[in-house]
Design a protein around this ligand. Structure first.
Ligand SMILES: [Zn+2]
Ligand SMILES: [Zn+2]
Length: 142
């Protein structure tokens, strides 16, 4: 696990008078080891493979800390479960979601980003964040 990310979490935790427990550390490690867009249940399975005592509630609470400290972002593709991905030191991207197999493809297109800024400026609007989710079928399912 990158010590930078553990440092970020530890700083956040001490600033907020919380404790960095062994269990929270294991959740962070499992999260960082996975490069997928994991749900809390999937992360729970990954953590308990090495730390069977960690409960689902701890996974949820640690995920909340990861979001607050800027290490994770929460995604909602409307399939009834939230997903989480790395945020720290990761550049902005958008997602394509296959409605058949659930595959998630990341993409970034400079013109899409630029046009969003243009549309916003034309409306006197300042964008603080955005997300673009495209739903459809991947090449395997089509
Ligand atoms: Zn597919
Ligand atoms: Zn992503």
């Amino acid at each position: 696990m990158s010590s930078k990310e553990l440092e970020v979490l530890e700083d956040f935790i001490t600033q907020n008078n919380l404790k960095i427990t062994r269990q929270r550390r294991s959740v962070l490690k499992a999260f960082l080891d996975s490069e997928e867009h994991v749900s809390a249940e999937e992360l729970y399975k990954l953590v308990t493979a090495s730390e069977p005592k960690v409960g689902l509630a701890t996974v949820y609470r640690t995920l909340a800390l990861l979001i607050q400290s800027g290490l994770a972002s929460e995604l909602d593709f409307g399939d009834g479960q939230k997903r989480y991905e790395h945020k720290y030191m990761h550049s902005h991207h958008d997602h394509m979601i296959c409605t058949e197999c659930g595959k998630i493809i990341e993409f970034n297109h400079p013109l899409i980003e630029k046009f969003q800024e243009e549309v916003a400026a034309r409306n006197g609007f300042t964008i603080t964040s955005h997300k673009l989710d495209m739903f459809g079928m991947c090449s395997d399912c089509r």
